[in-house]
Design a protein around this ligand. Structure first.
Ligand SMILES: [Zn+2]
Ligand SMILES: [Zn+2]
Length: 351
């Protein structure tokens, strides 16, 4: 059976190869992939061979961590899905039995892996992928496969909003109007925020943020990097200090702006990943009791993410700006690297 797969062999060495589909083990599910999104993390992996300290490419690995498809085969112990059902895949593989998992904090599991990254592999930039049954979620008939493939990035946003603990009536500032910022702002509204301001350097992206429900936007020039001045602009735009700041850009001066902007006792959630070391105004953090909260992957947020889209509380379709076939995956990743796109979706089906 043909199974064209995007296999990462080394830095800048991504090859399209035909691999035979993996027969599912007792607790695994084989999926005929339909759609797979790509993001900056894939580009980072391709350009560096690593993400953070614990994802390191040592052996060839199939990439793609945002995907959906049909179940084609299930192992003997699988009870949650059947062949023929439409599903999406949570890329977090948690062990389920370490102290963190037992406390319900699965995204910082001591033994976790990520589908679509080494050493786990099993990525969705392929015709077929075989994954643990615990990672597979059925999707309702109202979601198409593109929307279903957006559940992975959306789950990151839902997890971040849970971490930030957005409450009814809160004012929220979101930095960055990329796919994550554009979905995070919608989830914040769905959670009950009364005002959500999105900040970015792109006028077009901010227009999209407005269409998707942001109540305010703040357009900054690329050279406007003074964090105190920018924080004041955000306070003026919202009419008050935001209660919560969600940093989705990974840009160091945005993180500093977030800290200066929030009210005393406010929360800064760190979602965007930028340089390893960033200087922040730590005295300001201490004296105003700001909570800085790290956010990674998602903590069992797929069910909520699926329902948010099915109930039209969150719109993901307008965020998809470009579509490619699996055979064009190199070009798709180049466009993501150049930031010329919002969200790129790859069609992995062979029809
Ligand atoms: Zn991603
Ligand atoms: Zn665990």
């Amino acid at each position: 059976m043909e199974n064209l797969s995007a296999v990462l062999h080394g830095v800048h060495d991504l090859r399209l190869e035909n691999q035979s589909p993996t027969i599912p083990q007792a607790n695994e599910v084989q999926i005929r992939v339909q759609k797979c999104g790509v993001c900056m993390t894939d580009v980072h992996m391709l350009d560096n061979g690593t993400v953070g300290n614990n994802i390191i490419l040592k052996e060839p690995s199939v990439i793609g961590h945002e995907y959906s498809g049909y179940v084609t085969a299930v192992g003997s112990d699988v009870t949650n899905v059947k062949a023929g059902e439409r599903v999406t895949v949570d890329n977090l593989v948690a062990c389920g039995h370490c102290a963190r998992c037992k406390r319900g904090h699965t995204n910082v599991c001591f033994n976790h892996g990520y589908i679509g990254f080494p050493p786990e592999g099993r990525g969705g930039l392929a015709r077929f992928a075989t994954v643990p049954a615990t990672c597979v979620h059925r999707i309702p008939a109202t979601l198409d496969f593109e929307e279903a493939a957006m559940m992975e990035p959306l789950s990151v946003c839902v997890s971040a909003i849970n971490r930030a603990d957005v409450k009814l009536g809160d004012d929220v500032i979101v930095f960055g109007a990329g796919p994550i910022g554009l979905m995070t702002s919608q989830v914040a509204r769905a959670k009950g925020a009364s005002s959500v301001c999105v900040a970015d350097i792109s006028k077009e992206r901010l227009e999209l943020a407005r269409k998707l429900g942001a109540t305010h936007t703040a357009l900054f020039g690329a050279d406007e990097t003074d964090s105190r001045t920018n924080a004041q602009r955000i306070r003026d735009t919202l009419g008050d200090c935001p209660d919560i700041a969600i940093e989705c850009s990974g840009v160091p001066h945005c993180l500093r702006t977030a800290i200066y902007a929030v009210r005393p006792g406010g929360v800064v959630a760190v979602v965007g990943i930028g340089p390893d070391d960033v200087s922040i105004p730590i005295v300001d953090v201490a004296l105003r009791e700001i909570d800085i909260r790290g956010c990674v992957c998602n903590n069992y947020c797929f069910p909520a993410s699926i329902k948010l889209v099915a109930s039209e509380k969150v719109m993901v379709k307008p965020i998809i700006s470009h579509r490619f076939r699996l055979e064009e995956v190199h070009h798709a990743l180049d466009l993501v690297r150049d930031r010329k796109v919002v969200k790129v979706m790859v069609d992995c089906s062979d029809n």
